[in-house]
Write a protein that binds this ligand. Structure first.
Ligand code: NG6
Ligand code: CA
Length: 518
């Protein structure tokens, strides 16, 4: 489409949408024959606000995501709910803040499923609207009924299929946690019954390689933790034995997952589909495929970002190939902020150079400062979303209610209790964001307008855990607009603001929900 007519098209679409999403956020009058959009949510692991070139990265180029951003809407104030994986994913899928539910901290590789089957979830709400639903990639929300009692050689359930996904191809937990195998639906992929898998988070299996005793033979040394079983020459968290034919090869993982994501799209393209593609990249261990080695200036961490960008491009190409791009709502975001040394010696600290993984923001993964949860967030839907940049505040906890509204699934009062319908904001037809954002990393901080409250206590700071700093009572207050780096505590100058935000966070905690019940 020539530029001029594309502009006209966008203007007309924008005008139509302003009307369409007024009121109850339904699709426009008379548009009920319009095919529901496909929804693809690409969820990166540990990619920080400043890690993509469309967000100012200098140590790496991300042309595929940059292209999406130029065709879509780039958010500068988007947040994961938490500064680590399990709670962010819990909130994303349930529309409930993870901090309301005990047991939703970083899950062990043999943890039981942390979401109760039967409750409304993002996939179950879309499934109800007739969507084919699939998850590919990192799960990290536990599996099975009881911790440590999964039958890895039989059926491993409940899991994604019991939560509303029709299809699942996952890593049970993380790349650095045992068991290092893929699961397709209920079963470990490629398992030889003659060589069953055993998993333990208590004790080593005698005679099996171990990150302490075999440290000299590791392909990548560990800096903290990650010194239990050795798989593919890399120390992991937890112990495993057997299942040799089923073990993943880290350097092939991005290809395997991209292929699975594309396979799901191809199998599902005759009806609307929802794909939750949760990449392993750029979590540790960072072992990208050889073709990405040296493609950034930052060593394996930067090369893993290039690999992540490649996966986004591969999904985009598949959508193009099947003529699905125009009516697919594609979201690219991350589960928490960045970290440099997360337990392996991979030069992330030494080679970061002038690159700022959290952009202008303070700290990263594990932290209640902005770098912990403020993440990249790009929405592309050529048929409906006008390209641009927005400062509107959005939270991933709102995707469940917003996407349910998009597909016209009604939420019961008990469903997704912290999820607000922010569809017009996500689609760029409203510039008005959330009134406040709760940021979780053990404690709860809150951002309202330009103000940010950080509670008293010990908080992770910097990009190399476990560095912590203490915030004294009654907490700290920053003006994010003037001081994005949260460097000047204004609590003494603005005690009433500090109290207002501190009270607000307490009220949200006590209320047990964010969406009005009726
Ligand atoms: C930590 C791990 C870290 C990472 C994190 C979870 C150690 C020393 N550190 O406990 O490497 O796995 O858990 O990351 O083991 S997340 O992105 O999945 O939340
Ligand atoms: Ca993560």
């Amino acid at each position: 489409m020539p530029n001029g007519s594309r502009r006209d098209f966008l203007r007309t679409t924008a005008v139509a949408l302003t009307g369409a999403f007024a009121g109850r956020c339904r699709l426009a009058e008379g548009e009920d024959t319009v095919q529901k959009p496909n929804i693809v949510l690409i969820y990166a692991d540990d990619v920080g606000y400043g890690d993509l070139s469309c967000y100012g990265a200098v140590g790496v180029k991300t042309p595929n995501i940059d292209r999406l951003a130029s065709q879509g809407l780039l958010f500068t104030s988007a947040y994961a709910t938490s500064a680590t994986c399990t709670p962010s994913r819990y909130s994303l899928l349930t529309g409930e803040y993870a901090w309301r539910k005990p047991g939703t901290g970083i899950a062990a590789g043999n943890a039981a499923l942390v979401i109760e089957p039967g409750r409304a979830t993002l996939p179950s709400l879309l499934k109800q609207a007739g969507y084919a639903t699939g998850v590919v990639g990192k799960w990290h929300l536990g599996l099975g009924e009881k911790t440590g009692e999964q039958d890895w050689n039989g059926e491993v359930k409940p899991g994604p299929l019991e939560l509303g996904f029709d299809y699942s191809f996952i890593l049970p937990a993380t790349g650095d946690r045992i068991p290092c195998v893929y699961l397709e639906n209920h079963r470990v992929v490629g398992l030889d019954p003659a060589d069953p898998v055993s998993v333990s988070y208590r004790q080593p299996f005698p005679g099996e390689p171990n990150g302490v005793t075999d440290r000299g033979k590791l392909r990548m040394d560990w800096s903290h933790g990650h010194n239990q079983s050795v798989v593919n020459g890399i120390g992991r968290i937890g112990y495993m034995k057997g299942g040799k034919s089923a073990r993943w090869v880290d350097e092939d993982m991005a290809d395997v997952l991209a292929q699975q994501a594309i396979g799901f799209i191809e199998r599902s393209k005759s009806k609307p589909f929802f794909l939750y593609f949760a990449t392993h990249d750029i979590h540790v261990p960072r072992v990208p495929h050889a073709r990405f080695a040296g493609k950034s200036t930052m060593g394996p961490r930067g090369d893993a970002i290039v690999q992540f960008d490649w996966q986004v491009g591969a999904v985009g190409e598949a959508l193009d190939k099947h003529g699905l791009t125009d009516n697919t709502l594609l979201i690219v975001t991350s589960d928490n902020g960045p970290v440099l040394d997360d337990g392996y010696v991979d030069q992330a600290v030494e080679r970061v150079g002038r690159h700022r993984p959290a952009g202008p923001y303070r700290a990263g993964k594990y932290s209640v400062f902005e770098g912990g949860t403020r993440v990249p967030f790009v929405v592309r839907w050529p048929a409906r979303v006008k390209p641009g940049v927005t400062e509107a505040k959005v939270s991933q906890v709102d995707l469940a209610a917003s996407l349910a509204a998009l597909v016209e699934t009604e939420l019961a009062p008990a469903d997704c209790p912290d999820s607000l319908n922010m569809l017009p904001t996500f689609l760029g037809t409203s510039a008005e964001g959330r009134a406040y954002i709760v940021e979780h990393a053990g404690g709860l901080s809150i951002r309202k307008g330009d103000w940010k409250y950080v509670p008293p206590g010990a908080h992770a700071d910097g990009l190399c855990p476990p560095h912590k700093i203490a915030i004294d009572k009654p907490g700290a207050l920053y003006n994010i607009a003037e001081d994005p780096a949260e460097a000047n505590d204004l609590s003494a100058q603005r005690p009433e603001k500090l109290r207002e935000l501190g009270d607000l966070v307490e009220q949200i905690r006590r209320s047990g929900r964010s969406r009005p019940a009726a």
